[in-house]
Design a protein around this ligand. Structure first.
Ligand SMILES: Cc1ncc(COP(=O)(O)O)c(C=O)c1O
Length: 443
């Protein structure tokens, strides 16, 4: 039994009686288009823990899907939200100005991987930030085509969904989607789409884009390549080293803009402000959301200045850049910078990867361990030789972990997704990994 004060505490097997009532209401009143891993009914959160309505306390390896990077109920964020809400809650940045938005935009330009000569568009979500990216790229280049990766996730509004190619259910019956979108294979080296070996392939997957895709999707009419440097929903898969450098050369040759979707990987999750910084290329656009608003809805598109000169009235959003969300965003910056969190994330990430590899040595169900910072995936396979995805086993492990006091979910077909608050402690990481290992052992 885990210590009562330290760590998780399960007092009633979840879902408990209060949760069951709320689950009934959810079924009755909410459109069930979500893919819930298990029916956790959350009541409150504090630091690296969340509590359900029946009093169970869970360690959080999920952070509200990579949003609560400072943990739950961060004091600085609460203070920023409260003070800003007392001053001004909304005034539509589409038509009027206020300081929290310009201040946050200035901060984003300071850290932008493109360099500081950037401009920002504020939205409310990741999908919306990506819509803005597509529109800004098309408007600027006056070109129509957009490229994206197989396995990518860019959101669920119709434009961003057209680029998404993660799971069939996300697209089924929603067509026709945006025309002018082409998908090219993501360099998922553990399951190379060309069945090649990373050591000898010389990135044939990039030659393929030149030789095949750009033959019938005219390069001179292609505006943008939208990419995740580390696929999130697709299974927490980092692109291999050197890949983006070669890709960028190809795109530059044709004047195609590189836009990186940092909705899940940005704001320090990987130990750098942006995942693309691990790959030594300068993108043209960056989209963000999730952790940016410290728990409030906020998305942003950062683009090189000259790629953000759209006509007045051509693109806007009533709530985008809401002052309270921007104040919360500023508090996230303040906390990360004042506590030197990025360095810490790198160390913690290396530790988790090492521990997972030790678990992998004992349990061949873990086929691949990968990630950067605290964006880590452990892909489960039925057999390390056939690499058949262990989907049912993943579900059992995830549900077993929940019942033992750990909130963790999957990604891709059969990957355990580890994205705790960046502020999680070493002890807490150990406790969570212990719960996971036990579940893996039980399979
Ligand atoms: C990489 C990526 N892009 C875009 C999105 C969509 O963001 P939102 O749900 O805020 O629209 C997500 C959400 O998970 C994501 O992970």
């Amino acid at each position: 039994m885990l210590n009562e004060d330290k760590g998780p505490r399960i007092v009633v097997e979840p879902p408990g009686p209060k949760a069951v009532k709320l689950i009934e209401a959810d079924k009755k009143y909410i459109m069930q288009s979500f893919n819930r891993w298990y029916p956790l009914v959350v009541e409150r959160g504090s630091g690296s823990y969340v509590y359900d309505v029946d009093g169970n306390k869970y360690l959080d390896f999920n952070a509200g899907i990579a949003v609560m990077s400072l943990g739950h109920a961060n004091k600085l964020t609460i203070k920023a939200i409260t003070e800003q809400a007392q001053k001004l809650m909304h005034y539509s940045f589409t038509d009027f100005l206020y300081e929290p938005a310009t201040k946050l935009a200035e901060k984003l330009c300071e850290i932008a991987p493109q360099g500081p000569e950037c401009k920002v568009f504020f939205a409310n979500s990741g999908a919306e930030a990506n819509e803005a990216m597509i529109k800004a790229a098309r408007w600027t280049t006056k070109r129509q085509y957009v490229l994206a990766f197989t396995g990518s996730f860019h959101g669920r509004t119709l434009g961003s969904l057209s680029l998404t190619a993660s799971k069939p259910v996300q697209r089924r019956y929603f067509g026709p989607l945006l025309p002018g979108v082409e998908h090219v294979p993501f360099p998922y080296c553990y399951r190379c789409p060309f069945k090649l070996e990373p050591k000898s392939c010389d990135f044939y997957c990039i030659d393929y884009i030149q030789e095949q895709t750009l033959r019938y999707t005219p390069a001179e009419e292609t505006a943008l390549f939208m990419a995740e440097a580390i696929q999130g929903e697709g299974g927490y898969i980092p692109a291999p080293e050197g890949y983006f450098q070669k890709l960028k050369k190809l795109l530059d040759k044709h004047g195609i803009l590189l836009g990186v979707d940092e909705v899940q990987s940005g704001m320090g999750r990987t130990g750098k402000w942006f995942a693309i910084e691990h790959f030594n290329v300068k993108p043209d656009y960056v989209s963000m959301a999730k952790a940016l608003g410290g728990g409030l809805p906020l998305g942003a598109l950062i683009g090189r200045e000259e790629l953000m000169e759209l006509d007045p009235g051509s693109h806007a959003s009533t709530f985008g850049g809401n002052p309270v969300a921007c104040a919360a965003g500023l508090s996230v910056f303040e906390e990360i910078e004042s506590s030197n969190l990025l360095q810490d994330v790198t160390k913690k990430g290396e530790y988790v990867m090492k521990r997972l590899r030790e678990i992998q040595d004992k349990h061949p169900i873990i086929g691949d361990v990968r990630g950067k910072g605290l964006m880590i995936g452990a892909e489960l396979v039925k057999n390390p030789n056939t690499k058949e995805p262990a989907k049912e086993e993943l579900q059992k492990i995830i549900v077993g972990a929940w019942k033992s006091g750990l909130v963790v979910i999957g990604a891709g077909e059969s990957t355990i997704r580890i994205c705790p608050p960046l502020t999680i402690t070493q002890d807490e990481l150990d406790m969570g990994l212990e719960i996971l290992e036990k579940q893996i052992r039980n399979i």
